[in-house]
Design a protein around this ligand. Structure first.
Ligand code: CP
Ligand code: NVA
Length: 300
């Protein structure tokens, strides 16, 4: 049966661990890794802008011998009102997998329900699970483990924060989130979270003794009109040297990018020795290779 990847909750701890292991193996092998997806095609249906996710999915597919088809939503009949359920059934006849970036999580769920091929969430307003999987790979690579780490999230309780909460529930590391009042992660995502997940309005508390500090833009795609208000509401939530020095001396700083320097993160931190953001961006490609091989390849 086909398997979709719509949220981190679709994976067990063992599945996350084996994907991270596979992605690290593929990174070591580089272009010597076998062309395990020769003859397979991945569709990329994107309703929002993307640099990293689109290009890393495309290069991941090419490196495994497969091909991709980029479908900007405004060029398909979806933009003229063709139902998602018809699109899903038609695309299933042509493609072997479909990666979607859109607004509503409901759309990727509906697509997955009607498609006979694996559907991958390449970002919605609710979740960004592929990003958090590759970020777990980066943490594993830099720290050698996830277990027992303290990971801090500073900023908006957005799609990335929601996915980090799901990851902490499954993997058990400590996650401390500092968000301004009114910008906390979604209640249903936080509901029933264990002792390892803490929410605080104080960034200093969240980063105290942290092994990893993570942030993201204050106004996600689709919320551009709130940008000015958010800059005011997020005062004091910038990841800068003053904040980073409260974490462990060997802390690593993550940002999924694109970054707004001088807003959620200071230039000197983004470009400084604790930042691993470009390794983080690279790892999206290796992780996507592992994910695509796992989801698309038919059992031998
Ligand atoms: N981090 C990330 O998803 O970047 P893009 O929006 O460029 O894909
Ligand atoms: N939270 C951001 C992530 C971009 C990769 C957004 O949704 O715009």
């Amino acid at each position: 049966m086909k398997k979709d990847f719509l949220s981190i909750k679709d994976l067990t701890r063992d599945e996350v661990e084996s994907l991270l292991e596979k992605a690290l193996e593929m990174k070591r092998a580089g272009k010597k890794y076998p062309r395990s997806l020769t003859g397979y095609t991945l569709g990329l249906l994107f309703e929002k802008a993307s640099t990293r996710t689109r290009v890393s999915f495309e290069s991941a597919m090419y490196r495994l011998g497969g091909q991709t088809l980029f479908l900007s939503s405004r060029d398909t009949q979806l933009s003229r009102g063709e139902p998602v359920k018809d699109t899903a059934r038609v695309l299933s006849r042509y493609l072997d997998g479909l990666s979607i970036r859109t607004y509503s999580q409901g759309v990727v769920e509906e697509m997955a329900r009607w498609a006979d091929i694996p559907v991958i969430n390449a970002l919605t307003d609710k979740y960004h699970p592929c990003q958090v999987l590759s970020d777990l790979m980066t943490v594993q690579e830099k720290k050698g483990r996830l277990e027992g780490l303290k990971i801090a999230w500073v900023g908006d309780g957005n799609n990335m924060a929601n996915s980090w909460i799901n990851a902490a529930r499954i993997m058990g590391f400590h996650l401390s989130l500092a968000c301004p009042a009114g910008y906390e992660p979604d209640g249903d995502v936080l509901s029933g979270a264990g002792e390892n997940i803490r929410l605080t309005p104080d960034p200093k508390e969240a980063v105290r003794g942290a092994d990893v500090i993570n942030t993201d833009v204050w106004a996600s795609m689709g919320l551009e009109k709130e940008q000015e208000k958010r800059i005011r509401d997020f005062a004091g939530f910038q990841v800068n040297e003053n904040l980073v020095k409260r974490a462990k001396p060997d802390v690593v700083v993550l940002h999924c990018l694109p970054a707004h320097r001088g807003e959620e993160i200071a230039e000197e931190v983004l470009e400084g020795p604790r930042s691993v953001v470009f390794d983080q961006a690279e790892n999206k490609m290796h992780l996507h290779q592992a994910l695509l091989e796992q989801l698309i390849r038919e059992p031998a």
